[in-house]
Design a binder for this molecule. Structure first.
Ligand SMILES: Cc1cc2nc3c(=O)[nH]c(=O)nc-3n(C[C@H](O)[C@H](O)[C@H](O)COP(=O)(O)OP(=O)(O)OC[C@H]3O[C@@H](n4cnc5c(N)ncnc54)[C@H](O)[C@@H]3O)c2cc1C
Length: 413
């Protein structure tokens, strides 16, 4: 290939493309399973961007087991509840208990964190030795004996197994599936507000959700309570670039929420800058793996952020894949990758669908002036315990236990 001749070909057992949430968690989980890997990240100076992320027990139990408990506690907030509120009058509509009730019920906490801080925690845990910044994958060729990778720098590498953890614009997915993204018709504005500018007391850590006519807004504390992160979803005619750093127009955002209750409008006004992310969706793939290549995280199953599960599912994927690869003999990577897909694809497809369907209660169409709770059971559930129990399909899942059970079954049969 022009420009790459003479570049030495190096070898990697497992090459992970993309050092985001999925790729870094995979590196940590593979280390625990005794599998060697190298993470190739396109950015020359990897640093997480973005705003808030909600991490539910289905992911935090896995991160804790990877040794990150103390590091996460230093950056996280433990919201005590998730509350739906009226878009016009800010009245509480329904509650899902989080905090101690969530920890008791699911054996792991519900955190809200800044994405950049989570990225730093993962990066520091992985360490510089396995991370190769400034490596943007441009091409790959799979042969029965290995996968040959070419990077924009001209570097070429041969790997036994390649994992595409390269996010919503995945080059590995383009190679594997060649499918197209579809603009969802909505954009998300994300902003950060210092906690001392808040229109409510900062010592009430909650996830607040205001469903409204054709749009909704979510906010929660991050950065150990020093900042509030909000995401405001609005209808949009045009898409534009999906990027953690694309600027948004604060005036456009304020106009989109004109007439909403003063808590919302003051929160929006308190943000100095906002970022805009046009939301794209993709159909689920029937196959994420070839004999030596697999997709992970957003590359495998990008999802609308309405169930707040994209990063959580990336973490579940990473631990599952590491367990599968850890159990496989080197020659049996194809079986490990297929087992990973069998374990993960049905669950992530369900969650992708659930995220799409969440707009039914988040974006009010028929009842633009809500007169009651929007979740079944909410009136009889003022403390939100039934609401929390209703999340057991999502928060109660232990991806690592499922993968280890599956492996034990295979060995026994
Ligand atoms: C507004 C919004 C709110 C969200 N809120 C939540 C939430 O509350 N909870 C939650 O769980 N999820 C949430 N998500 C989703 C979550 O952010 C993603 O699912 C998560 O970041 C996916 O991780 P990933 O590692 O797959 O991708 P990314 O974190 O995007 O990482 C991909 C990495 O690959 C690198 N890369 C890309 N191309 C190449 C290449 N060719 N070569 C080498 N490297 C490459 C990139 O630089 C990047 O570092 C939200 C998303 C949005 C847009």
């Amino acid at each position: 290939m022009t420009g790459t001749q003479g570049v030495q070909v190096r070898a990697a057992a497992v090459a992970v493309i993309g050092g985001g949430i999925a790729g870094l968690t995979l590196a940590l989980a593979l280390r625990r399973e005794g599998v060697d890997c190298t993470v190739f990240e396109r950015s020359p100076e990897p640093a997480g961007a973005g705003a808030g992320l909600q991490l539910a027990p289905n992911a935090t139990r896995l991160l804790h087991r990877l040794g990150l408990t103390e590091a996460l506690r230093a950056i996280a907030v433990l919201p005590r509840a998730l509350r739906l509120r009226g878009w016009d009058d800010d009245r509480p509509l329904s509650t899902t208990a989080l905090g101690a009730a969530c920890h008791r019920g699911y054996g792991a906490p519900y955190y809200t964190v800044h994405r950049a801080q989570l990225h730093r925690v993962l990066r520091e845990a992985v360490g510089p030795g396995q991370l190769r910044p400034g490596h943007r994958l441009t091409d790959l060729t799979e042969t029965p004996g290995g996968v040959h990778l070419t990077f924009a720098s001209g570097a070429r590498i041969r790997a036994d197994v390649v994992i595409g953890a390269d996010g919503v614009h995945s080059a590995v997915r383009s190679w594997l599936a060649g499918d197209a993204r579809v603009f969802s018709g909505s954009s998300v504005y994300r902003g950060l507000v210092p906690a001392d500018r808040l229109p409510w007391p900062a010592d009430e850590p909650e996830v607040r959700v205001w469903p409204g006519p054709g749009r909704h807004l979510v906010c929660y504390p991050v950065s150990a309570g020093r900042e509030i992160s909000f995401t405001a979803t609005v209808p949009a005619r045009t898409a534009g670039e999906e990027s953690w750093t694309a600027e948004g127009d604060p005036a456009e955002l304020a106009a989109a929420y004109r007439g909403w209750n003063p808590t919302v409008t003051r929160l929006i006004a308190a943000a100095d800058t906002v970022r805009r992310w046009p939301l794209h969706d993709r159909e689920s793939l029937p196959d994420w793996v070839t004999p030596r290549v697999a997709l992970l995280g957003d590359a495998a199953h990008p999802m609308l952020p309405f169930l707040a599960q994209g990063a959580n599912q990336a973490i579940e994927d990473a631990v599952t894949l590491a367990v599968c690869l850890g159990r496989a003999a080197k020659a049996d990577a194809p079986t490990a990758l297929r087992r990973y897909q069998e374990l993960r694809l049905p669950r992530t497809t369900l969650i992708q669908r659930g995220a799409r369907e969440s707009t039914r209660f988040l974006h009010l169409r028929d009842h633009p002036k809500p007169s009651g709770p929007h979740r079944p059971g909410a009136p009889a559930d003022p403390r939100g315990l039934a609401g929390l129990r209703a999340m057991s399909w999502l928060y109660g899942h232990d991806a690592e236990a499922a993968a280890r059970r599956e492996g034990a079954g295979q060995t026994a049969s």
